[in-house]
Design a protein around this ligand. Structure first.
Ligand SMILES: Nc1nc2c(ncn2[C@@H]2O[C@H](COP(=O)(O)OP(=O)(O)O)[C@@H](O)[C@H]2O)c(=O)[nH]1
Ligand SMILES: [Mg+2]
Length: 294
């Protein structure tokens, strides 16, 4: 009998959740940003380890918030915590223990979890050991604590073999050939959003989203048409930039990511449209795929 189950990947914004999942699956699927709160929805990323199947769930970061879009994001993370076989809690090694303590409070069902100390390439070995000692006072709460860096050392199988130990015996939930249940157009959307986070400063990326209007597979090229949605008229100019330099850069960066994933040429055409205050009301959010149910 094979093992198979859902593993939610949670932690504060910027803990390294999406990066870890791309690294574990060996393909860039989830968007990553040095800016916090880039990931907005749950996404399944499927990794095979020998004959076992792990369905990882990438989540938005756990954070306190007033804004409606962020409340949607937090709700997504809480749903993932409440509904899985195992949790990977990611704590950057330089963090205080408060984020972990907050998570323990939110893990109402006491779902088993592995604590991953991330970004250990940023500190010395003795600092890693010191942090592991600090967490020891919670050793009755977590199954294991594993230090990781996706930049050096650690191989994915070190983590995968620990994860499968805690999964139930179960037939595969998905075709073992697929890497994600996300539709290609949703991955493209995330790549464009990532490029906006990379190229546009300040708050604008947080009030921006992307609609994929059309994906057309032609013989030698994919044609993708997408609209960048902003919430104020003034933001439109910032996205386009002087002489359209900003939008050209966003388009080029996103196109390169799309081509790398598909292995095909892509023609990406971007438009910009204003949807006044879309992050601030439920209908505006719903229209962009963030269905607020609370
Ligand atoms: N130095 C270092 N940086 C990392 C590591 N993992 C992720 N990062 C960086 O941390 C930032 C946040 O990553 P991301 O995956 O978007 O975090 P998320 O918000 O938890 O999904 C990005 O700039 C990553 O490049 C790591 O192992 N070492
Ligand atoms: Mg993320």
């Amino acid at each position: 009998m094979t093992k198979c189950g859902y593993v939610s990947v949670v932690g504060r914004p910027n803990a390294g959740k999406s990066s870890l999942l791309n690294w574990l699956v060996g393909e860039k699927i989830a968007m990553v940003s040095h800016k916090a709160n880039a990931t907005r929805k749950r996404a399944n990323i499927i990794v095979m380890h020998n004959d076992d199947q792990i369905v990882f769930v990438d989540t938005p970061g756990l954070h306190e918030t007033e804004k409606l879009l962020n409340q949607f994001m937090l709700d997504e993370a809480l749903k993932a915590i409440g509904d899985c076989d195992l949790i990977l809690f990611l704590a950057p090694v330089t963090d205080k223990l408060t984020h972990y303590e907050n998570f323990l409070e939110k893990n109402k069902k006491n779902t088993k979890h592995i604590l991953l100390l991330t970004k250990i390439d940023n500190v010395t070995n003795s600092e890693v050991l010191e942090k592991m000692r600090e967490y020891r006072k919670y050793s009755d709460k977590f199954e294991e604590i594993i230090p990781v860096s996706i930049k050096k050392q650690t191989t994915p199988s070190d983590i995968l073999k620990e994860v499968v130990k805690y999964l139930p015996e179960h037939p595969y939930l998905f075709d073992p050939e697929i890497l994600t249940t996300e539709h290609l157009r949703d991955i493209f959307k995330e790549f464009i959003r990532e490029s906006i986070f990379e190229n546009i400063s300040d708050e604008i990326p947080y009030e921006t989203d992307v609609l994929i209007n059309k994906v057309e597979e032609k013989k030698d090229i994919d044609v993708v048409k997408a609209t960048i949605i902003v919430q104020k008229g003034s933001q439109k100019g910032m996205i386009i930039g002087k002489g359209a330099t900003a939008i050209k850069r966003i388009g080029k960066d996103a196109r390169i990511k799309i081509e790398k994933l598909t292995g095909r040429k892509c023609f990406l055409e971007l438009f910009v449209s204003v949807k006044k205050g879309w992050t601030k009301n439920k209908q505006g959010l719903k229209d962009l795929g963030y269905d607020v149910t609370f």
